[in-house]
Design a protein around this ligand. Sequence first.
Ligand code: GLU
Length: 270
Amino acid sequence: MQNYKHCIAAFTLALLSLPLAQADTLANIKAKGVLVAGVKDSLPPFGYVDAQTRSIVGYDVDFVRAIAAKLGVKLELKPVTSANRIPQLVSGNIDIIAATMTKSPERAQQIDFSHAYFLTGQKFIAPKGTLRSLKDLEGKRIATAKGSTSEQNVKRAVPSATVLSFDDYPQAFLALRQRRVTAITTDEAILAGILAKAPDKTAYEIPALRISDEPYGLGMRKGETAWVAFVNQTLLDMEKSGEAKRIFDKWFGPQSDAPIKRDFVISAAR
Ligand code: GLU
């Protein structure tokens, strides 16, 4: 009897792991004719709802749009948060994460990453003139998003501070405007995007205090060799053809809300 139960258990386990062992996301996307991407929906200029069209647009979105176009399939966008993007991917709800996500060694234990397609670093937004060094944050309350590298980095950089973690950064910024926190923290490019759209932006600033490097990667389930190779090749092709730079200029160029210089290229080295 014991043996019999063992057999059933082993058989069930084998059955359960079958779809995973045979998973081929690249083939599945082609077969279903749609690429499902997890993106942010309230973080201009990476992923946000366009007021006119009501659809999600942004830098991250343009990269997955280019990948879908190369595959000849439609693109479906699903909003994700910093905390739920990896679970959404691992459970199969999305095929790829394109959501301001830093390529970190800890995350690389759970998922695979493409080459880096954006580079930024962690900073703060604070009321003008109030934040000159990390000392000004000691023992203070700082807001950020749950499940982000920002949360971990700031705890390390200012151990005496109390970190309040929200679902996403717009809520964190609201906490600052209500003076419930002394500062908010995340990647500079996200902070600049938030500030650019704030009606009271002149009351705030992003001081020159950078506490980390944050290279963004597209996230895919582990072991999807063909899919990762396809995405990486697409990124390298986009760099070579100038498309990656055109996308950067569209969202961060001189005419954008918060212009920045492109001080990186997409390469197999990162
Ligand atoms: N890039 C950082 C991260 O992946 C912060 C931005 C975010 O939360 O998406 O955690």
